[in-house]
Design a protein around this ligand. Structure first.
Ligand code: MN
Ligand code: MN
Length: 463
């Protein structure tokens, strides 16, 4: 007799059909292409805008007359994007909303970055997000971002992207050779690499110019950048340049069941959240929306983060056009805070709670609460909302599980969930389990990625 009294976390491999497995691998190919293309939030917004337009979405402008089935996007300063499909009930019954982030840990180039030292030219950096600094040395890096020049006509943005085209040069942060690392090896992992030593090697060739300076190598770099992009050193003051890992996303394992790559956190949630919305076949009852934001990795503050009023302003505009009270729309909305959680790692079982942590291949994970030291900093979803999502996922045959962030008092973390919940929106975290989270090369299971896509699709049409 089947035991229906016990809850069992099951791997999706026991129930997947050959057709679904083929669909899963095909979906992962699209995702890998997205990972390679969109390594910064600006890249991601560009990609999402292009695909959204192909899928029939158009730019929303305040005051527009909107109708059920209309598909729109609104871009926040090129670093965030909200995509939505107007439901049959407009804004009146609230929104089914997913919120994911497009930023990922990386190495930002400092405001005044360029200098020459002992025959080499380097960039000063300031790391972005929570990283283990030693993981980012002695590996190839690309340079991506934007430099804003000030011209007589106004501000001119110049895209910089070096490293992803065949034959492009790459960059590197050096690490100490093991032969001279006696002192370094005695330090803790935390102190082994100091942030001020994470300078990026960018050249060593002196300029032949007779311009007066002792920094001829720095001069060569500026001559090159001036020729290539028309910029001077002062233009760095109005730039956002980042070094990101240069390797491409790839399959992992003999069976190709995993994807390895940079920035799964949180592209492995933003990609399914967006593509599920693109692929909605029927007009949903409630308005379906995904908000993809910047700055989650440093606290969600700022004009492009989840705490920004950008989201509220858009919802306010839509409610006004619809004759719906803004507060009423908020309290009737449901949000899946689409962010990754940790996957149980057999190499590090001691920090995990094997009953409660998510497992790779067991599906998209609903995480009731995050936080640390007694749930501090968590919004803790209600039992009622957990039940509502259980019902939605089970009814639609979604492969899902629950997740938690390791052993109690081992560490912790947070997501954008609390910022949505603070807006009086019922919110729960829901995302893909990740191995080596925040490392330059993270790993996820394809089954879980595909499960997330199906879960978001079911959620957007939830009554
Ligand atoms: Mn995240
Ligand atoms: Mn993160």
């Amino acid at each position: 007799m089947e035991n229906k009294l016990f809850y069992d976390k099951k791997t999706g491999w026991h129930r997947i059909s050959d057709t679904d497995e083929a669909a899963m691998h095909a979906y992962a190919e699209g995702y890998k292409a997205f990972l390679d293309e969109a390594k910064t939030e600006r890249d991601a917004v560009k990609w999402l805008t292009t695909v959204a337009e192909e899928k029939g979405f158009s730019a929303y402008v305040r005051g527009m007359d909107v109708h059920p089935g209309d598909k729109y996007y609104k871009i926040n300063r090129d670093k965030g994007i909200i995509l939505f499909v107007i439901g049959r009930n407009g804004m009146k019954h609230g929104i089914n909303l997913s919120a994911a982030h497009l930023d990922a840990p990386r190495i930002d180039i400092r405001t005044i970055p360029l200098y020459e030292d002992n025959g080499m030219a380097l960039f000063k950096t300031h790391y972005y997000g929570g990283i283990k600094k030693y993981q980012w040395t002695a590996m190839p890096l690309e340079l991506r971002g934007v430099v804003c020049r000030v011209t007589d006509e106004g501000v001119q943005s110049i895209d910089v992207r070096i490293g992803d085209k065949p034959g492009d040069p790459l960059f590197v942060i050096s690490d100490l050779l093991i032969h001279l690392a006696t002192d370094q090896m005695g330090k803790t992992l935390h102190k082994g690499i100091s942030a001020e030593d994470m300078n990026v090697l960018i050249g060593s060739k002196p300029s032949k110019s007779d311009m007066e300076t002792s920094d001829k190598i720095k001069l060569w770099v500026m001559e090159f950048l001036n020729q290539e992009y028309g910029i001077t050193e002062e233009d760095f003051l109005s730039a956002e340049l980042s070094c990101v890992p240069a390797f491409k996303a790839c399959d992992i394992g003999f069976d190709r069941s995993f994807v390895g790559g940079y920035g799964h956190d949180d592209r492995v949630c933003s990609y399914p959240a967006a593509t599920a919305l693109f692929d909605l076949e029927d007009i949903p009852e409630k308005t379906a929306m995904t908000i993809l934001v910047d700055k989650e990795e440093i606290g969600s503050q700022g004009v492009t983060g989840m705490q920004s009023q950008f989201f509220d302003t858009l919802v306010g505009d839509l409610c006004r056009a619809d004759g719906t009270l803004f507060d009423e729309c908020m309290e009737r909305s449901t949000c899946l805070s689409a962010d990754v959680c940790n996957a149980f790692d057999p190499n590090y079982p001691s920090v995990s709670e094997k009953r409660n942590d998510a497992r790779a291949n067991c599906g998209v994970a609903l995480v009731k609460y995050t936080g640390s030291r007694g749930k501090s900093g968590s919004s803790d979803a209600t039992a009622e909302l957990m039940a509502k999502m259980r019902h939605c996922f089970n009814k639609n045959g979604i492969l899902w599980q629950t997740g938690q962030l390791g052993k109690v008092d081992q560490g912790g973390g947070g997501t954008v969930a609390m910022f949505m919940a603070n807006r009086n929106i019922d919110t729960v975290d829901c995302g893909v389990p990740v191995l080596c989270m925040h490392a330059p090369f993270e790993v996820i299971a394809k089954l879980d990625l595909f499960a997330a896509y199906n879960a978001f699709k079911a959620f957007y049409t939830m009554q």
